[in-house]
Ligand binder design. Sequence first.
Ligand SMILES: [Zn+2]
Length: 308
Amino acid sequence: MARIIRLWRAALVACMLCMSVAATAKETALELPASGSAVKADAGSVQFIGNATVLIRYAGFTILTDPNFLHKGEHVHLGYGLKSQRLTDPAIPLEKLPPVDLVVLSHMHGDHFDQLVQEKLDRNIPIVTTPEAAGALADMGFKNRHALATWDALVVRKGEASLRVTAMPARHGPPGGSAPLPETMGSMLEFGAGGKAGYRIYISGDTLVYDDLDDIPKRYPDIDLALLHLGGTRILGVMKVTMDGKDGVKLLQLVAPHHAIPIHYNDYDVFKSPLSEFEGEVKAAGLQGKVTYLKHGDTYRFKSGNRR
Ligand SMILES: [Zn+2]
């Protein structure tokens, strides 16, 4: 009997494996109006607005991530009656945002898509996100939604420039799905222009470090820049749902980007692992040369020509 159960289990695992191989990732396309000016694809920048909100500029694209524009003292909703207070101000107010081509949203939580953004963000702005968050955006009246399951990609073209956004695995909490936590994605942004490969940025999203993330460096052995969501967020003060300082270094070692910038720390009272913890772990691992620390409003500039 035990042997039959073992055989049955093996067959089930084999079947699941074959299904996961057969399930090819989807690729969709989005065409944006060309800006009119010549595309410069040799330099770009990442401006840190606060929490997980950054503005990425490259090859004529301006991309906004996880828009959170509430101010110090205001509260966000994390679902199921849980709230968190913002401890900082964003570097710029929502009204002062430059024109944005695309929003990349890792998941639907108040500290990533707050009530102000829900009310005031342009209903026609393209938003790339998880299927679950896309459903919530539809209910809010956002029209230009692009839902990606893990490994699905959206190819965005703007004149001669292109950007491929691929959804990376992410799990916003412990295994088992018992916790009331939303579907979350990391993202890989691959820029190109005039047929040339440009720059590759990995954004972790709110995730813990778990087995599925091993596939990221296997598929993308050459990442230029990683934005790591830290904070060591604790729900009800106990359950860890985002990376703390140690986890951040573990992910840094796993995906081995050319360079990394920590984000999503010190901004909310549910964040229990301060940036100093990550800094200490980075030093202990001898990785100081790989990490740039940005204050709110600071900009990291990169050149794709001399990236390696
Ligand atoms: Zn978060």
